[in-house]
Design a protein around this ligand. Structure first.
Ligand code: APR
Ligand code: PHB
Length: 390
C-alpha cells in the first residue's frame, strides 16, 4: 500500500487532519489501534475555541456542532467567598462553544465515512520506519490480514500520549518535560439540567469544583479529589454532597442531582515532548503534549497543531514549498508551552494542594483578587481562554 500521509491514531487529531488533507485532495490513510466503538466511547472535555469550530467547519464536519453547540460568552469564577464573571465576548471579542468531545469525534467519523476516507482499525504492533528518509513506511499486524505495510511521503503521529510515534524519535534527540500535580479531578456526567447557563469555576477552601454541561439536559461536574482516588471510591451521594459544599450557596441550593451515567478520574499533569518533528514524522496533539484539564485546552491545543500541519502539507503539495514543514516543530512548541503555562496558572489559581502554607494561600487569594479587580489580568485570562487558534 502507498499513500501521501500515513496518519497514526484515529482520535480527534488524526481524524481532523485526515479530513483537512482530504479537502485539499491529499491522499491519506488513518491507522487506529482500537475499534471505532472504543474511540467513540471516550468521554473527554467539552469546550471548543471559536478558531477550532472554524477549523472543523473547514473540514466539513461542523453541521451538528453549529446546530447544537452552546455558545458561552463568559464564565463565572468563585473565589470561595464571592463570585465574579469574566466576559469573554466583551473583553476578547470571542466566545467558546460547549460541545462534547464525544459528539465531535462522532461527527468527524461520520464525515470521514461520507467522503470515503480510509481508516484501518485494530492495527496492532504498529511501527514507523525510515522516518529520516524520503520514503518512510509504517508496519502493523491485523488479525484478519496478518503483517501489513504502508509507504508514505509523511507520517503524522496523532496517536495520543500512549502511542508509538513519539517513542520513534530516538532518546538522544528527544527531550520530555513533565509536571505531575498532587491532585486529580473526579468527573460525573448526569442527565440533569445544568445548574447555570455558564460554567462555574470554584476555588473553595475544600478544593476545586467545576460546573459544566453538554446540553440542556446533560450536566458535567467535577470536584478535585486525591490523586490516588478511584471513581468507584465515590458514591453519587458523596459526590453531590461534596460538590454542593464547594460552589456558591445560591447555586448549591438549586443544583439538580441525579444518578451518574459516567464517573471517571482525570489526572492533573503537564507534559511536553521536544522536538515535534523528526525527519518526515510530525507529532500532533496528545502525542506531543498534555495539559491539566482546567481551561479545557487539550483538544484545542491538538486542533492548533493539526491546523499548522495541514497547512504546511497543503503548501508542500501545492508548490513544493517546505518552510511550513521545517518550521512546524518550533511554532507548535512555542504555542504548546503557552497553553501549558495558561493551564497550569489556571489550575494553581483554583486548587488546594497538600502542603500549601498560609503564605501560599494568601498569595493564591491575592492572585484571585487581581483577576477579579484588574482589567489587564482579565484580558490575559480571557484571551487565553477563548483561544490559541486564530
Ligand atoms: N497505533 C495506532 N493507534 C494508536 C496507537 C498505536 N500504537 N496508540 C494509540 N493509538 C490511538 C488511540 O487508540 C487513540 O484513538 O491514537 C488515538 C489518539 O487519540 P487521543 O488520545 O484522543 O489523542 P488526540 O487525537 O491527540 O486528541 C486530543 O484532546 O481533550 C484532549 O486528551 C484529550 O483526546 C483528547 C485530545
Ligand atoms: C468539561 O465540560 O468537560 C470541561 C469544561 C471546562 C474545563 C474542563 C472540562 O475547564
Amino acid at each position: 500500500m502507498r499513500t501521501k500521509v500515513a496518519i497514526i491514531g484515529g482520535g480527534p487529531s488524526g481524524l481532523l487532519l485526515s479530513l483537512l488533507l482530504h479537502q485539499a485532495g491529499i491522499d491519506n490513510v488513518v491507522l487506529e489501534r482500537k475499534t471505532r466503538e472504543v474511540v467513540l466511547g471516550r468521554v473527554r472535555a467539552g469546550v471548543l475555541e471559536e478558531g477550532v469550530v472554524a477549523l472543523i467547519g473547514a473540514a466539513g464536519a461542523s453541521d451538528l456542532l453549529r446546530k447544537h453547540a452552546l455558545r458561552h460568552d463568559g464564565t463565572v469564577i468563585y473565589d470561595g467567598t464571592s463570585a465574579f464573571r469574566i466576559d469573554f465576548a466583551g473583553i476578547s471579542g470571542q466566545s467558546v462553544f460547549v460541545y462534547g468531545q464525544q459528539d465531535l469525534t462522532r461527527d468527524l467519523y461520520d464525515r470521514h465515512a461520507e467522503i470515503g476516507g480510509q481508516i484501518i482499525f485494530n492495527a496492532e504492533n504498529l511501527a514507523i520506519h525510515d522516518a529520516k528518509s524520503d520514503s518512510p513506511f509504517v508496519t502493523w499486524t491485523s488479525e484478519a490480514q496478518g503483517a501489513m505495510q504502508l509507504r508514505a511521503d509523511f507520517v503524522a503521529g496523532c496517536d495520543g500520549f500512549h502511542g508509538v510515534s513519539r517513542r520513534t524519535i530516538p532518546d538522544t534527540v528527544r527531550h520530555e518535560y513533565e509536571k505531575v500535580l498532587p491532585a486529580a479531578w473526579l468527573g460525573v456526567l448526569s442527565q440533569t439540567s445544568p445548574v447555570h447557563h455558564e460554567l462555574i469555576y470554584a476555588a473553595s477552601a475544600r478544593g476545586f469544583a467545576l460546573c459544566s454541561m453538554r446540553h440542556h439536559n446533560l450536566s458535567r461536574y467535577y470536584i478535585q479529589c486525591v490523586a490516588t482516588d478511584l471513581a468507584e471510591d465515590w458514591s453519587d451521594e458523596a459526590f453531590w454532597s461534596e460538590l454542593k459544599r464547594r460552589i456558591p450557596g445560591e447555586f448549591a441550593a438549586k443544583l439538580v442531582t441525579g444518578p451518574s451515567i459516567e464517573k471517571s478520574v482525570v489526572p492533573l499533569r503537564a507534559f511536553v515532548c521536544e522536538p515535534m518533528q523528526w525527519g518526515r514524522l510530525f507529532l500532533c496533539g496528545d502525542a506531543a503534549h498534555i495539559v491539566p484539564p482546567t481551561g479545557a485546552k487539550g483538544l484545542n491545543a491538538a486542533a492548533a497543531d493539526v491546523a499548522d500541519l495541514s497547512m504546511a502539507l497543503c503548501q508542500f503539495y501545492a508548490s513544493g514549498e517546505q518552510s511550513g514543514l521545517e518550521g512546524y516543530s518550533a511554532t507548535a512548541l512555542a504555542r504548546a508551552w503557552k497553553i501549558v503555562r495558561f493551564s497550569l496558572w489556571f489550575t494553581g489559581l483554583l486548587h488546594r494542594f497538600p502542603g500549601q502554607s498560609p503564605f501560599d494561600l494568601n498569595l493564591q487569594r491575592a492572585d484571585l483578587a487581581q483577576l477579579r479587580d484588574h482589567a489587564a489580568m482579565q484580558k490575559i485570562m480571557s484571551d487565553s481562554y477563548v483561544g490559541f487558534v486564530r
